[in-house]
Design a protein around this ligand. Structure first.
Ligand code: ASP
Length: 316
């Protein structure tokens, strides 16, 4: 077995093959951003093999996630997904995969705060004014999200539940198309990761109201935004984490090789700089180890399941 293991490790990845990272959301969105930066950072530690992105978007990431669960377990098809791995099990009556048993866990990539943003024509210029506007426009507010189980959906659900205000939710295949419609004024509000919103906030293309983290952020363009919790939305706190996965049954040697490459990427100064510029924090704790990643996801499933069920009225 040791000899076979050594051979498999040498053989993977083969130079004439391509490693595909499936992104279960639309191109140009936050998950896509993280995946593209990660693909670039993993290329070198994987011996220069080409690493490409496949956007298999739709249904709050369940379509792309199912695609990877069914893929050949050879290390050439991977999944980058976020907190949806922990929220989908509570939101879908039937999923074509089982999060705890159908994947090899390769490690957590980062933690990303979210921002509550609005269309540029919205009259409110700060969170206080937004709260008044929401109060006055109950029943007429449109909130975009990336499908049941997406991070933006979770944030929107928690927000409506905290306010006890029902909004009309509009599902997209990712938050990239949602942000386009927000800028165009077709929807009013969106809660989206900073990896997608920072540049739009900096360019003043959208209105930014608050961050979803427990503390304010240090990113220069975001540091003046209040937290939702300090703005009176009691106990509100969501942070989005991303993890890398392979189909169940991928050989242990290949999993180890991919995990090594991921850990090298997470230490790449270029990757760290790019992610930090977008408000993300690159993982440097135990969750970069497969076993800890798996434990963490299970803990998140246990944490979010009851919260989602309690907020059920707003879950679409
Ligand atoms: N991460 C986004 C969300 O869950 C979707 C996306 O990446 O486009 O809202």
């Amino acid at each position: 077995a040791a000899v076979f293991g050594a051979q498999a490790q040498q053989a993977f990845p083969s130079k004439d093959k391509t490693v595909t990272i499936v992104v279960p959301f639309a191109a140009g969105g936050p998950t896509d951003r993280v995946a593209r930066d990660l693909a670039e950072a993993m290329r070198k530690p994987l011996g220069g093999v080409s690493v490409v992105i496949d956007n298999a978007a739709g249904a709050g990431s369940s379509i792309g996630t199912a695609k990877v669960a069914r893929a050949a377990p050879d290390g050439y098809t991977l999944l980058l997904n976020h907190i949806a791995m922990a929220t989908m099990p509570a939101l879908y009556r039937k999923l074509p995969f089982n999060v705890p048993t159908d994947f090899e866990y390769l490690g957590i990539v980062n933690d990303v705060p979210m921002t509550l943003i609005g269309r540029p024509s919205l009259p409110a210029n700060n969170y206080k004014e937004l709260a008044t506007w929401i109060e006055q426009n109950k029943g007429k507010i449109n909130l975009g999200h990336a499908g049941l189980g997406a991070a933006s959906h979770l944030c929107g659900l928690l927000y409506q539940n905290a306010l006890k205000v029902e909004m009309t939710t509009v599902a997209y295949k990712g938050t990239a198309p949602a942000i386009t419609d927000l800028i165009g004024g077709q929807i009013d509000l969106l809660c989206d990761q900073t990896t997608n919103t920072t540049s739009q906030i900096e360019a003043k293309k959208v209105k930014a109201y608050a961050v979803t983290t427990a503390k304010r952020l240090s990113t220069p363009s975001l540091k003046d935004l209040p937290t939702l919790a300090e703005s009176g939305v009691k106990d509100f706190q969501v942070t989005i984490w991303h993890g890398l996965y392979a189909p169940k049954g991928t050989p242990a040697e290949v999993v180890a090789r991919l995990n090594e490459a991921l850990k090298a990427a997470l230490k790449d100064p270029d990757f760290i700089r790019k992610q930090e510029g977008l408000g993300a924090v690159v993982a440097s704790d135990q969750r970069v180890e497969p076993a800890e990643h798996k434990k963490f996801v299970q803990a998140e499933i246990n944490k979010w399941g009851p919260i989602i069920k309690a907020a059920g009225t707003y879950a679409d």
